[in-house]
Design a protein around this ligand. Structure first.
Ligand code: NI
Ligand code: MN
Length: 217
């Protein structure tokens, strides 16, 4: 599976299907939208904050892609004339060979509840934490799903920072991590190599630039 970080919380997963998560393009990634938002099958949004909904509706429309998100966000997508599948925490949707599991996130939202996703595709499980603080629920996510790769926010201020995200890595028992949700704007500036140092030997921390990808096997 090809995992491309598109800056902030935006990530593209490509295997049998192409999935865009939280497609918000700003700051260092503002020029990535044009090249990275074609051929999309699903757009999954973790929660109703502008830096996560981003261009989700527009991209769904342009690609005839299916919107996946919390029930309240999915209702909005439907009002916009999109194909949408709504869900809630604890639920899963199996569609087109992909399984979307919606999991807990400790955060807030302007509409609906905040969440994360564990996405299963081509035999691999990827956990996108959305925006969240450190929470013991991550132990449950680790036990239930054993994610092959976790995408964790490290920018602090609005989510956990490097210290707490390093504890999250332990809770999740995840072997690979890509840090996200940092360096988009000053309030969330962070050095991903500090996070990498804190995680140490507990997991492989993959630090990439917006627009770069990692091949998950
Ligand atoms: Ni948020
Ligand atoms: Mn955010």
């Amino acid at each position: 599976m090809k995992i491309t970080w598109l800056g902030h919380s935006a990530v593209k997963l490509e295997a049998d299907k192409t999935i865009l998560i939280d497609p918000f393009f700003a700051g260092p990634s503002q020029n990535l939208k044009a090249n990275q938002s074609t051929g999309i099958d699903f757009v999954a949004v973790t929660h109703g904050h502008g830096d996560h909904i981003g261009d989700a509706f527009e991209i769904c429309k342009e690609n005839n892609a299916t919107f996946i998100g919390g029930a309240e966000l999915a209702d909005e997508a439907e009002k916009f004339g999109l194909k949408a599948l709504g869900m809630n925490i604890g639920g899963k949707i199996a569609v087109g060979g992909v399984v979307f599991n919606m999991v807990f996130a400790a955060h807030s939202a302007n509409i609906g509840s905040p969440a994360g996703f564990v996405i299963e595709m081509n035999g691999l499980k990827v956990y996108h934490a959305g925006d969240t603080g450190l929470t013991l629920e991550m132990k449950l996510i680790g036990e239930l799903f054993k994610p092959d790769l976790s995408l964790l926010p490290i920018g602090d201020t609005y989510t956990m920072g490097a210290d707490m995200a390093a504890i999250a890595v332990e809770y999740l028992q995840t072997k690979k991590v890509i840090p996200i949700h940092y360096n988009t704007f000053p309030a969330i500036n962070a050095d991903p190599n500090v996070f990498k140092k804190k995680v140490g030997a507990k997991a492989e921390v993959i630090v990439i630039e917006p627009g770069d990808y990692f091949e998950l096997k």
